[in-house]
Design a protein around this ligand. Structure first.
Ligand code: ATP
Length: 292
């Protein structure tokens, strides 16, 4: 088996003539936290639902734990945890009952581990689901997703309803702890500063296609904003590796996706009279550059 825990090649999903996924290539190495980013409607939920076999792709290849999701043996399915913002929890059940009920589907449900998380997240065991706040419902869904100590955890927008303190507790502590115990995690989120803190790898999708997929450190190292300030007209700069280019006054602002030291020297040679400033970007700025 390859060291990829999830792999897709040319994955498509159409609704009539509309392509929600349009030839998506995505690779999640084993043992990483993978942040899946995309604007509203980019195809994140569709992708994650295909991994869970909740949706059938129209074409292409998808392997999760080395298997096509629809043909995955039950013993492997039990090694996956999933939580989604739109997941329906039985509203009249109490938190404790719903956890027991959920646990009954798994041979490997770890009651002690679940108890630890319930305490840590302050979940009220005797409250009914319909009396829980949105944030507590999300926490419950998360505990349901990890109680069997999955090898792979798939989280669709897991922290949207959480307040900043709960998000910090969940995203930084929980993800870190789960990850430390050997679980590979793929999560989609619009909370880019949070994702930047916890992700090893990033995939940015746009209109159902992978725009860029890379180790976060490399992504930040190779994506740079360069300001070329000159009195000369360089509108037709004809530069390679550009993801975004803007001119304002006597400044050309370029974001490159293949930044290396020698590129600076090349630019200096091409524009000897110009002042050249190199700026690093955070994940949010990189995301905006790729999806603008
Ligand atoms: P968001 O960040 O808003 O949750 P997303 O990246 O998760 O967005 P998806 O939910 O995967 O996006 O949707 C991708 C595209 O597919 C959207 O344009 C959506 O409207 C469309 N879509 C999803 N489900 C259906 C459906 N059942 N029928 C038709 N179109 C659909």
């Amino acid at each position: 088996m390859s060291d990829l825990i999830i792999e897709t090649k040319n994955l498509t999903k159409s609704y009539g003539s509309f392509k929600a996924l349009d030839g998506l290539d995505l690779n999640v190495p084993e043992g990483v936290v993978y942040g899946l980013l995309g604007k509203n409607g980019a195809g994140k939920t569709t992708t994650l639902r295909i991994f869970m076999s909740l949706l059938k792709p129209t074409g292409g290849i998808v392997k999760v734990l080395g298997h096509t999701p629809q043909k995955m043996p039950l013993s492997l399915r039990q090694q996956i945890g999933y939580s989604s913002d739109s997941m329906q929890l039985i509203p009249w059940l109490k938190v404790g009952d719903i956890l027991n009920y959920n646990g009954s589907f798994y041979d490997n449900w770890d009651t002690q581990y679940v108890k630890q998380w319930v305490e840590r997240l302050n979940l009220p065991l005797d409250k009914r689901v319909f009396h829980l706040s949105r944030g507590n419902r999300q926490k419950l869904a998360l505990v349901m997703a990890i109680g069997h100590r999955p090898k792979l955890l798939i989280l669709d927008e897991p922290a949207g309803g959480l307040d900043p303190a709960a998000r910090k507790e969940f995203l930084e502590s929980m993800i870190e702890l789960i990850h430390e115990s050997g679980t590979s995690i793929i999560l989609s989120s619009h909370l880019l500063t949070d994702l930047e803190r916890i992700s090893d790898c990033i995939g940015i999708i746009d209109d159902g296609k992978m725009k860029v997929e890379m180790n976060l450190e490399n992504l930040k190292m190779t994506t740079r904003q360069i300001k070329i300030i000159t009195q000369n007209n360089i509108k037709d700069a004809n530069l390679d590796g550009v993801i975004s280019l803007e001119t304002s006054g006597n400044m050309l602002k370029v974001i490159f996706n293949d930044w290396k030291e020698n590129k600076y020297h090349n630019l200096k040679q091409r524009f000897p009279e110009a002042t050249i400033e190199v700026e690093s970007l955070n994940l949010e700025e990189i995301f905006l550059a790729y999806t603008r």
